[in-house]
Write a protein that binds this ligand. Structure first.
Ligand code: ZN
Length: 170
């Protein structure tokens, strides 16, 4: 299941068709009023933010999605647009093939399954598996940097949690 957030219905339809032809199931989220649908969409393997989404709404969508999913986030960019913090993949992909390649790369990526809540911005971020093994055995707090807001803070192993398992990845 791929979730596609877009502000332009025609473009959303085109992407939906491309993804379906490539074998993905797709749920489109169109416009601000549909962002509230996000928590009800189960088992997403990828979250796509189209370049038509305004920056502020992108951040909101990202935060909502991150709170109940560890699936990767792919952001489609306009030329010279910079990527948002918290995005796993950001590409300028306008040709259908470039777009599908980006989707294939993003969905094949494996996540660690461990995460922690940032004490500053409250977004969840991942911790590398080797790091977790080391920290848990050592039982010491450690300094981690949040990739979203770049704040560094000390975390104890008990604050780490297993991120919810994404069952049956597409
Ligand atoms: Zn943060």
């Amino acid at each position: 299941m791929v979730i596609c957030v877009s502000w332009v219905p025609e473009l959303a339809k085109t992407r939906e068709l491309l993804l379906r032809q490539a074998g993905y199931s797709v749920t489109s989220v169109l416009g601000r009023q549909e962002l509230s649908k996000l928590p009800e969409i189960p088992n997403a393997c990828l979250f796509i933010l189209a370049h038509s989404v305004p920056r502020e709404e992108k951040l909101e969508a990202l935060t909502r999605f991150r709170h109940n999913s560890i699936a990767p986030i792919l952001s489609l960019l306009r030329p010279h647009q910079s990527a948002l913090p918290g995005v796993d993949y950001a590409v300028e992909a306008f040709m259908p093939r470039e777009f599908l390649n980006a989707v294939a790369t993003a969905t094949s990526h494996r996540r660690t399954g461990w995460s922690v809540d940032c004490t500053n911005c409250n977004l969840i971020f991942d911790i590398r598996e080797d790091m977790v093994a080391f920290l848990v055995s050592d039982r010491q707090s450690t300094t981690l940097q949040c990739p979203h807001c770049r704040t560094t803070a000390d975390y104890e192993p008990r604050e780490f949690r297993r991120a919810p398992k994404t069952s049956k990845e597409q």
